[in-house]
Design a protein around this ligand. Structure first.
Ligand SMILES: C=C(O[C@@H]1C=C(C(=O)O)C=C[C@H]1O)C(=O)O
Length: 247
């Protein structure tokens, strides 16, 4: 059998999964690349990979997709790595810069702006001054490791998984393991065992990760991120897709 091509997220949130893939025999059966989320999605859309840990918002650009795992990158309440950072209250924001590495969180911001905060700032894609704009009413979306320790730098900080929970009462799924074609059931079973092994060994993994002065990595990997794709998270996923379609 040819190797199954897989693109996974290159951020710390995915390290438990990578640990599992690297500590089981499945590594010989896969061709693994680590990419920023927007690129995971594009590779799956372009059929450069067979499976991706892709932003769920990007499923809207796939003609055929199947969730192949009961694990995901999700959160029940605050996630602590997906934010709108702002120097004014969200209702005063006039411009919102989107994160070029994101697909889900940019859309989550748009859904919340329209339906929860009921405001419509101008959205800026690929802002030349992304994260450094001097305009006091320009805010920005940011995801992943680049946000670690940044909470203290801004007067207004909105954790988007927490805001989604306030809005819907539901958890949130940022990324899920999705295939663009049929994958043999035997492989899927082995793949999920490997992912679970990684999650079960998070305490061991944590010993090998660099510490951050302003960020509690243990709390992040053990509690803030929630990796089980539960029924409530599936419900949230489809609700989120409906909100995106209605934007
Ligand atoms: C929790 C996170 O979830 C992610 C957010 C994504 C997005 O916004 O498209 C995609 C994959 C995940 O890495 C994070 O990156 O901090």
């Amino acid at each position: 059998m040819d190797k199954i091509r897989i693109s996974a997220v290159s951020y710390t949130n995915t390290k438990p999964f990578i640990y599992g893939l690297q500590h089981t025999g499945i590594l010989e059966k896969i061709d693994l690349s680590l990419d920023m989320p927007a690129d995971c999605a594009q590779k799956l859309i372009d059929d450069k990979v067979d499976i991706g840990l892709i932003p769920v918002a990007a499923t809207l650009n796939l003609p055929h997709w199947e969730i192949i795992s009961d694990y995901c990158i999700g959160a029940v309440g605050a996630v602590n790595s997906v934010f709108i950072f702002s120097n004014c209250d969200i209702t005063e924001v006039t411009h919102l810069q989107l994160d070029p590495e994101s697909r889900s969180s940019n859309n989550l911001a748009r859904v919340l702006l329209k339906n929860f905060w009921k405001v419509s700032p101008d959205l800026i894609i690929n802002a030349p001054d992304y994260t450094t704009a001097t305009n006091p009413t320009t805010a920005f979306v940011q995801i992943g490791d680049r946000t670690f320790g940044k909470k203290k730098q801004f007067k207004y900080v909105y954790d988007l998984a927490e805001e989604w929970q306030k809005f819907t009462g539901l958890p949130f799924v940022f990324a899920a393991w999705i295939a663009n074609k049929h994958i043999p059931a035997v492989f899927i079973a082995e793949f999920n065992i490997a992912l679970k092994k990684g999650l079960d060994n998070r305490a061991e993994l944590l010993k090998s990760l660099p510490t951050h002065p302003d960020f509690d990595l243990e709390d992040y990997l053990m509690h803030k991120l929630d990796f089980e794709l539960t029924d409530d998270k599936r419900k949230a996923l489809y609700l989120f897709l409906d909100y995106i379609k209605a934007l």
